[in-house]
Design a protein around this ligand. Structure first.
Ligand code: UDP
Length: 492
């Protein structure tokens, strides 16, 4: 064989070998990717409480789990809630909360919780049975702590369990102390209270969650909130939508009592680490966002000039409070974008929208993440719902806190005094935040030289730490990977 023929032959053999090896590698790889164990397993059920502020973080967490390798995730909600949602494209199952035609306004939370537990336990057990007999059994249940009964159902079927707290650990810690009796209710104090030793700030009564503040007038509610910790010692995993740097000390304290893991911020990946392509939305909205008009308007405003105002999906400020806010926005001398849900619109002063057309835009709902990310937005007047707070922290937007109820008072305290990215507007003796106070806070956040500088540099700091927490190797990412690995190790 002449030399050139030999070289050609060797080249052909090399080519064949490369092709064979590539083929082999591809088939091994695709087997590993397509079939990690049994097709579609491990299979997680994710049970969220049917409120926007609970749905957003849990569903976004599901997307993280899917991205981290869990092949099958089924969202579980209530029949009545499913009827109210449009364009829902994810696999979903419904259980009953005992109010399949909607929860009547007259039903008290206690009655709702009781009935929900009875009907929910039964229909969840039926769902687990159904999935078993249809060949796609569940292996794990992740549930909202407002449904503590889920644990018993899941454990009866031998499933792995994970409870998902949608409130920050500073708030969880207060409820946990109320649950164990360490925090005596009613809270009688004049001089402030230190919930745990160390750097946790001394709290005034007005910094506590409203259900703890109001224990005397409504003891049942504070009990319901503390009940979130019922059985927590029997749960395999405890997840919290926060990140380690943000709540380091209190998280370490909680770890002594439960298998707690921080996994947040549970915001769509494209706003943080950008590792989940196209993930720019939570994906399930109760309200229809008014998108184009918001961005057409925002695009015309100067950089960091706009006051964005929203009190979330649930808060119902009084007519008087809405008027004070309306007049503050009229006189603050800044463009404003205000989310006023359709149910609240009648509380606006007459002709308000028309009168403020040149400086403001009032919409019934907006795509909040994109709005907060917009360069024109300079400040967020917020009720301090935990998702809104975490979104503002993660997107670097300073806040004016106007807490309304529930955990919002505590979140506002931390925004002002611990994370130092905003001002809390003070209430007068009637519990009202007056227009002058709102204007004062907005001006300090946006123009107060020293304050603005401190808040802006802290906002940048938290934004970076939030991204790092969920990015590869960050504290939340590691916790998610640890959970996914433990699921993958399950024997079917
Ligand atoms: N949100 C939104 N558009 C709005 C107002 C709010 O998309 O116009 C979203 C917001 O991004 C957040 C959620 O609704 O994720 C509200 O949750 P939060 O915990 O802040 O308040 P809640 O509605 O539970 O009081």
């Amino acid at each position: 064989m002449i030399y050139s023929q030999l070289i050609l032959k060797i080249n052909l053999i090399e080519l064949w070998l490369v092709q064979e090896l590539t083929q082999l590698k591809l088939s091994v790889h695709s087997k590993m990717e397509k079939k990690p164990k049994e097709e579609g397993r491990p299979h997680c059920l994710v049970l969220s409480f049917p409120l926007q502020g609970h749905i957003n973080p849990m569903f976004q967490f599901s997307k993280r789990l899917k991205h981290a390798g869990i092949p099958r995730i089924t969202l579980v909600t209530t029949k009545s809630f499913l009827k109210s949602v449009q364009n829902f494209s994810h696999p979903v199952e419904a259980i009953s909360d005992g109010f399949d035609d909607g929860v009547p306004e007259s039903v008290s939370p206690e009655v709702f919780i009781g009935r929900c537990s009875e009907y929910g336990s039964r229909t969840l057990a039926e769902l687990v049975e159904k999935l078993r007999s249809s060949g796609s059994p569940a292996d794990c249940v992740i549930y909202d702590p407002f449904y503590p009964w889920v644990l018993d159902v899941a454990q009866k079927f031998g499933l792995m369990t994970a409870v998902f707290f949608t409130q920050p650990n500073s708030v969880n810690c207060i409820y946990f102390n109320a649950y164990t009796g360490e925090l005596k209710l009613p809270v009688l104090m004049e001089d402030g209270i230190r919930i745990i030793p160390g750097g946790f700030p001394v709290l005034d009564r007005s910094d506590l969650p409203s259900f703890i503040q109001d224990h005397e007038s409504d003891p049942k509610r504070s009990e319901i909130m503390s009940e979130q910790f019922r059985n927590v010692e029997r749960v395999d995993w405890v997840f919290v939508n926060t990140f380690h740097h943000l709540e380091q000390e209190v998280t370490d304290w909680m770890l002594k009592y439960m298998a707690m893991r921080t996994i947040g911020p549970t915001m769509p990946s494209m706003f943080l680490d950008k590792r989940i392509p196209h993930n720019r939305q939570y994906g399930l909205s109760i309200f229809t966002p008014i998108t184009d008009p918001c961005f057409e308007w925002l695009d015309q405003q100067p950089v960091r000039s706009v006051v964005y105002v929203s009190f979330g999906s649930f808060a119902k400020p009084t007519v008087e409070q809405m008027h004070e806010l309306a007049l503050a926005l009229k006189s603050v001398d800044r463009p404003f974008l205000w989310v006023v849900r359709a149910s609240e619109e009648s509380k606006l002063p007459t002709d308000y929208k028309e009168e403020t057309r040149d400086t403001g835009l009032v919409v019934a709902w907006c795509p909040q993440l994109q709005v907060l990310e917009h360069e024109a937005v300079g400040c967020f007047v917020t009720h301090c719902g935990w998702n809104s707070t975490l979104e503002a922290l993660s997107l670097g937007v300073p806040m004016v806190a106007m807490p309304q109820w529930s955990d919002q008072h505590t979140n506002a305290k931390f925004v002002e005094d611990v994370w130092r990215t905003g001002m809390r507007a003070k209430r007068d003796e009637k519990g009202l935040v007056g227009r002058e106070e709102i204007v004062r806070c907005v001006k300090l956040v946006m123009e107060g030289e020293k304050e603005e500088e401190i808040m802006r540099s802290n906002s940048i700091k938290w934004k970076e730490l939030a991204r790092k927490a969920v990015d590869e190797g960050g504290s939340s990412d590691q916790n998610i990977q640890e959970f996914v690995s433990s699921l993958m190790r399950l024997k079917f």
